[in-house]
Design a protein around this ligand. Structure first.
Ligand SMILES: [Zn+2]
Length: 370
């Protein structure tokens, strides 16, 4: 059984590397789903929203659909980019923005709910910055998935804000809306099922992304040799170039032995509290300070806006460690693991329970739309 020692010199195959494989049967040779096979449904047929503002996240989400549906008309004020389809019998709206904006997730959600009034809840799926801490599933590292789960006094997500600009001036503002029970139950059942089998359906889902296609190469596992955690107080030397090029000192990396229980056949999923705030954390000391203060596993910048009045579960693939060394190298694979987890969750959501969730559209009518 492989021992997962991250800075071990790189003479081992990456553990999550997805084998190459041919496209799925419902897709054509160009990798897109054929128009002839697309169904056209009505706006009200869609009950689940999948929110992913970044393009790298939207593409990964698209690859997770069982089938894609024909686009539907949207209002002129609705600037979202939608992909419609189904997973496990649930009709899902994948929503993103054509370009990053000021408060993108909140905007995406507001417009999506105005167009698709029967949406019951959302999945906020994408990349996030991890806290390199130990959980029941092991040490959090790049490419792992963190899923929001109510823990202690927190609802699964905690919102913090920076009252002043100085480092360390963050204060918690509130716990965010708890994910809907149907999603929490689905996450619980999925965890239980995965714990009892060698086969990992999440890893299988990642393989849906054909990384031999030029535009999908970014979803390839970068290799464990590129998962470096530096000491929290060791600052990246040149923000304009990568650690390798600016020669960040390898002696400052933290050696992590993640144990003997990982044989590389599964994606590691951690469940707990996720921190959401306006500011991207790029400071290892601040990361650890906030993580300890709020007992969080992961940081992200979108949920606080989206979760205001829309029940969601947050699913984040870990693409960096929220320190000054962060770069884009793991964005693709981390987006893929998050999307692959999200896809699997659909198979644990009973159709009738989803429909019983009340769409909060009445309250929502009061919201101002852009
Ligand atoms: Zn560096």
């Amino acid at each position: 059984m492989l021992k997962r020692n991250i800075d071990d010199g790189g003479d081992r195959e990456p553990i999550h590397s997805a084998p190459k494989r041919t496209r799925l049967a419902h897709k054509n040779s160009q990798g897109s789903i054929s128009n002839a096979s697309k169904k056209k449904l009505k706006h009200e047929d869609y009950t689940v929203g999948w929110i992913c503002p970044l393009e790298v996240e939207q593409t990964a989400a698209w690859e997770m659909l069982d089938e894609e549906h024909e686009p539907l008309p949207q209002r002129r004020s609705d600037h979202n980019v939608y992909t419609l389809g189904s997973i496990g019998g649930h009709n899902v709206v994948i929503a993103g923005l054509p370009k990053p904006g000021n408060n993108p997730a909140a905007t995406v959600v507001a417009q999506m709910r105005a167009t698709f009034e029967e949406l019951r809840f959302g999945l906020l799926v994408g990349i996030g910055g991890g806290v390199p801490t130990m959980t029941d599933s092991g040490i959090i590292r790049l490419g792992d998935v963190v899923v929001g789960k109510p823990t202690g006094v927190h609802s699964g997500a905690v919102q913090y804000d920076h009252g002043k600009s100085e480092v360390g001036e963050f204060k918690r503002t509130s716990s965010l809306t708890q994910p809907p029970t149907v999603l929490l139950n689905a996450a619980q059942k999925l965890a239980s099922k995965r714990s009892r089998t060698h086969h990992d359906p999440i890893l299988e889902n990642i393989k849906r992304i054909n990384t031999t296609v030029w535009g999908l190469q970014k979803y390839e596992h970068p290799g464990l040799v590129h998962d470096h955690l530096y000491r929290p107080d060791y600052i990246h030397l040149d923000p304009k170039v990568s650690c390798d090029r600016c020669k960040c000192d390898p002696a400052q990396r933290v050696q992590r032995d993640t144990g003997d229980d990982d044989d590389g056949t599964r994606v590691v999923v951690h469940r707990g509290t996720i921190a959401s705030g306006e500011r991207v954390i790029k400071d290892g000391v601040l990361r650890d300070q906030l993580a300890e203060q709020f007992d969080v596993l992961c940081f992200e910048t979108e949920a606080a806006g989206a979760l205001d009045d829309f029940p969601c579960i947050i699913i984040r693939g870990i693409s960096d460690y929220c320190d000054s060394h962060k770069n884009n190298q793991w964005h693709g694979y981390a987006a893929a693991t998050a999307a692959a987890y999200a896809r699997e969750l659909f198979f644990y959501m009973p159709m009738d329970e989803v429909k019983r969730c009340v769409p909060a559209q009445e309250d929502y009518q009061k919201m101002q739309l852009g």
